[in-house]
Ligand binder design. Sequence first.
Ligand code: SF4
Length: 472
Amino acid sequence: MSIFELFKIGIGPSSSHTVGPMKAAKLFIDGEDNLDIQRLSIRLNGSLCLTGKGHGTDRAVLLGLMGETPERVDEDLYQTIIERVTSQKTLKLGNSQIISFNYDNDIIWDKTFLKEGHPNSLTFTAYDGAGKTIKSETYYSVGGGSILKAPELNDKKDSMLPRDSNSEKKDTVQSNDSIPKLKSPPHVYSTGNDLLDISELHKLSISDIVRENELSTYTSSQIDDKLDVIWNVMKSCVKRGIETEGVLPGGLNVFRRAKDLHNELITNTKINKSTIGMDWLSMYAIAVNEENAAGGRVVTAPTNGAAGVIPSVLHYFDKFEQSLTKEKLSVFFFTAGAVGMLFKENASISGAEMGCQGEVGVASSMAAAGLAALLGGNPEQVECAAEIAMEHHLGMTCDPVKGLVQIPCIERNAMGAIKAVNAAHLALKRTLSYRKVSLDRVIKTMKKTGEDMNRTYKETSLGGLAVHGVEC
Ligand code: SF4
């Protein structure tokens, strides 16, 4: 898998509930120019039903069927699509066919979780004029905006490793059509220990290993261009976040705070020297996640709900540590990407499977690794930073109030960013002889914790803060 499968341009508020479903809908309709579709139904199962309204899943699937993508969709159209479809009662498909569409009947919200499947599943069914099914496909939105069809999901389950540090190495990662793979990467790794071994053998940093792998598929200038785009989207998102005020959509009456927090910081009126770094980290993360909650354009890093952690840590580094150059940015993204891939391949980055430990926890772990590398950490210290950050997110549940990615999600990103910085600094003071818990062990623990976690705490809004926390 390429790191660009982790860092994608998306639209808020959720990678698994917005970005993934939009991609699935587009995939369903792409290339079907000869199909005489007269009606379409979309069944949203499990978590996509339980929190899909707050997460914009309905908007996403309509736009995907129209041929839109999360990278390019017009933000105004995104905000108004439901009103448009409900008033016109038609939908113009990506293959240019116009069909009648009844929003209330043709989107089926189904609380049941598909057996043996992933908690986020959606099924598109196309019918001809006689009401006969002419195409039907189920997709799973597995986190970070990635989607799989059923056979691919089974492949992924089969390819999961017995993540013991002494386990036999597998020399391939999962095979599937929906997640683009690198072509013959020179360094094949499945675990954190593999990464350390390769690093030792070839005298390469973790960032070098990932860069050499990416070069198997992309040219150097393509990589630089992609990283440029990602960083520019992150910066624009922070900028919009600190310029915008008002109430976030969804009915929870959450006021945007980033602008006020930023104003306080730049006017120095309430500065506390002992918390200044944390204050900036929090403000950057909150700016991004308010934009995400408002349906703005963000980088999934590795998910939308956790999109604020990495931009926050990068902005913090630039402001308080060293100027961010292109080279430093690439070191950060390659290192953070390596860690994100380990979580994605060996566990999951979906809140519906792992709880928030799999989203903000993973983002924090990735950011800690990237920051440790930028601060001069060796590969063992980088691995250690990633481990520390996740160790202290283990067990964190996903319980978004009203199914919106606002409470606790926005502040949670601030906390994830602060923990990432702390983890990186703690790791830089460590040596291998101190290490009691490896990154591989913590990934394994996160996966088991996620599997053991009661379903009400996994992006269903049926437990936790979603039920007990807020006086509306
Ligand atoms: S609680 Fe965490 S995992 Fe759940 S929606 Fe919010 S950010 Fe995502």
